[in-house]
Design a binder for this molecule. Structure first.
Ligand SMILES: O=c1ccn([C@@H]2O[C@H](COP(=O)(O)O)[C@@H](O)[C@H]2O)c(=O)[nH]1
Length: 234
């Protein structure tokens, strides 16, 4: 699906080496997808790998989920902006002062700044997992609470599951970006994901960007798996 949002699929490059990540990337087309670099690949390969993805024409979501004091976190998102990434994220549970500091720090990058979004409740978590960290509310309630805080700090959107997307689109507005992992084509195993949805249902629910990892990266033919998802949401 191509519209004003650009490619809606973000492939999670959860690989343990640059060689394995680039072997996949070199089969892909930047017109069909963006790429996500997360904690393992970035910790192993660093900013140089992000530059190689940029050289190949891909926009990069740097998914490091920063969570620290405002001074530290805002400096980290500025470093991501200097790297030229398309999107960067923090944890909404870092709170109002941390998120506001990050948003303000990115203002100096003007129109070239990355999109800044916040993680609400991880898609691997259930109500029971939330209770285990002292939150007795449902995932849907907690996601909406953190999304409201995120929007009030002026961020561009949140990471949530597609199951929460219909409520968030209504309550937070159409322009507030919803980035949804936990995407599972009907035939795919859920693995550690708990709050899941199929690609077509996620778009129908109001997701702006679908984060897809293993259903593509572990497929026998990753490009065919990507094309199948692009076709499903078109
Ligand atoms: O709530 C969240 C936040 C981030 N992720 C990340 O998305 C991908 C999902 O990969 P799959 O293989 O499709 O499960 C992965 O990189 C996570 O770190 C998430 O799943 N949920």
């Amino acid at each position: 699906m191509q519209d004003s949002l650009g490619p809606r699929i973000i492939i999670a490059l959860d690989f343990s080496s640059e060689a394995s990540a680039l072997a996949l990337v070199d089969t892909l087309d930047p017109k069909l997808c963006r790429l996500k670099v997360g904690k393992e690949l970035f910790t192993r390969c660093g900013p140089g790998l992000v530059r190689k993805l940029h050289e190949r024409g891909f926009e990069v979501f740097l998914d490091l989920k920063f969570h620290d004091i405002p001074n530290t976190t805002s400096a980290a998102v500025a470093a991501a902006a200097e790297l030229g990434v398309w999107m960067v994220n923090v944890h909404a549970s870092g709170g109002q002062k941390m998120m506001t500091a990050c948003r303000e720090r990115l203002e100096s990058f003007g129109a070239d700044r990355p999109l800044l979004i916040a993680v609400t409740v991880l898609t691997s978590m259930t109500a029971g997992d939330l209770a285990g960290v002292g939150i007795e509310d449902s995932p849907a309630y907690q996601v909406n609470r953190l999304a409201t805080l995120t929007r009030s700090c002026g961020l561009d959107g949140v990471v949530c599951s597609a199951q929460e997307a219909p409520t968030l689109k209504l309550e937070q507005g159409a322009d507030f970006r919803l980035v949804t992992p936990g995407i599972r084509p009907a035939s795919s195993e859920h693995g550690d994901q708990q709050r899941v949805m199929t690609p077509a249902a996620a778009i129908e629910a109001g997701s702006d960007y679908l984060v897809v990892g293993r259903p593509i990266t572990q497929a026998a033919d990753p490009l065919a798996a990507l094309r199948s998802i692009v076709s499903e949401i078109s």
